[in-house]
Design a protein around this ligand. Structure first.
Ligand code: GLV
Length: 381
């Protein structure tokens, strides 16, 4: 393929380079994947107003998310096992985000640890927290994020129990991969990936291995979440975390107006309207279809961000037009990373910036801060 021009191009390249179990892990939703598909499909239903003969010079996409400057309203989402898309994946993606000037969010379930990412970046990144039953472990994790000078904590509220993703079960997903005939066949056809992976020591869950005890299988995301994540997580715990952390707090996984009001009541700095990329409750509505209702409910009290289904700059523009202060990309940067390492993440960000910039101009706007619903020809939800 010649130079990748779209996120779909990067996806094709990633599929060729990344072993099936890890490509599938990124590219999967829960059960029938209907919510995963709806996230993308609903963006396509929104139409833009074409405007002509307006001054299109001196455009800017610059904005802030939770008060931090961003070169465009896009952050890298927390994604599990990023270091299995490419060796040292979280470190590479964090560096690409830093150079580009957008926030990077490190997942609790990352391969590279908080300390690894801090060692290769010079600006603060954000840390995403999963809450385990072992509150001592959670306190230590928050302490490590503070020590690494993370500037925001992103608490995920929609994964107390892992949604069933058929592909992961069929592939026997684990990090590092277990030596079965199936995984051997998947790895054998991706020699470059294997070579790069042999060149790093980071092949397990870096935030967990060596930091947690009493776990039966540290290589399995499924086993870890089932045994360790707290199914009793409540709004009181969010308040406990907020006090413990003492810094900027973002609550991720809000898809309901009532939950959005409860999140605003906690005094958090932002919420992310999200259904976890369709990976949790299959049958839930798309994120973008819920965004207007949630903005109406709490938009004057808390910053509202959105993730799920964003595959282009057009999608970012539509989300901003509907009131999102910021958006997150997960799969788009993972495809870039899997395809081409750090350069691939930069390519994904450039693709989205270019599409966002040109689309904004063709809608008659020069400053992302002035984009509102008036650029939309319809809002179908
Ligand atoms: C983890 O956050 C996952 O969705 O797999």
């Amino acid at each position: 393929m010649s130079k990748p021009l779209t996120i779909a191009d990067l996806k094709i390249l990633a599929r060729r380079r990344v072993p099936k179990m890890f490509f599938d892990y990124a590219d999967s939703g829960a059960w029938t994947e209907s919510t995963y598909r709806a996230n993308e499909d609903d963006f396509a239903k929104i139409k833009l107003r074409q405007r002509v003969l307006v001054d299109m010079t001196n455009r800017t996409l610059e904005t802030t998310m939770i008060g931090e400057k961003a070169m465009m309203p896009v952050a890298l989402a927390p994604t599990g096992m990023t270091g299995m898309q490419h060796a040292d994946g979280e470190m590479l993606a964090a560096k690409a985000a830093e150079e580009f000037g957008v926030p990077f969010t490190l997942s609790t379930m990352s391969i590279c640890s908080i300390e690894d990412v801090a060692s290769v970046t010079s600006k603060p990144f954000w840390f995403q927290l999963y809450v385990m039953k072992d509150r001592g472990f959670v306190e230590r994790l928050i302490g490590r994020a503070k020590a690494a000078k993370c500037s925001a904590l992103v608490v995920t509220a929609d994964l107390q129990i892992l949604g069933q993703r058929h592909k992961d079960l069929r592939n026997g997903l684990s990090a590092p991969p277990k030596w079965t005939l199936k995984s051997f066949m998947q790895l054998a056809t991706r020699p470059q990936w294997c070579l790069e992976m042999l060149g790093t020591k980071r092949r397990g869950f870096g935030n967990i291995v060596g930091h947690a005890s009493n776990v039966s299988d540290l290589s399995s995301l499924g086993a870890w979440t089932a045994e360790q994540f707290d199914p009793k997580l409540s709004w009181d715990d969010i308040r406990w975390i907020k006090d413990l952390w003492g810094g900027k707090l973002i609550i991720k996984g809000i898809l309901d107006e009532e939950d959005a009001r409860a999140a605003a009541d906690t005094g958090a700095d932002a919420i992310i309207v999200s259904n976890h990329g369709g990976r949790q409750l299959d049958g839930a509505p798309s994120s973008i279809s819920m965004l207007p209702k949630i903005i109406d409910a709490v938009g004057d009290r808390i910053e509202v961000h959105v993730d799920g289904g964003i595959r282009s700059g057009q999608d970012v523009l539509k989300a901003v037009a509907l009131g999102a202060r910021g958006t997150y990309i997960g799969r788009p940067f993972l495809y870039g990373l899997g395809a081409m390492g750090k350069d691939g993440v930069t390519t994904a960000l450039n693709v989205i910036r270019n599409e966002l910039d040109i689309t904004m101009a063709l809608c008659g706007k020069r400053d992302i801060q002035t984009v509102d619903r008036s650029i939309l020809a319809n809002v179908p939800f």
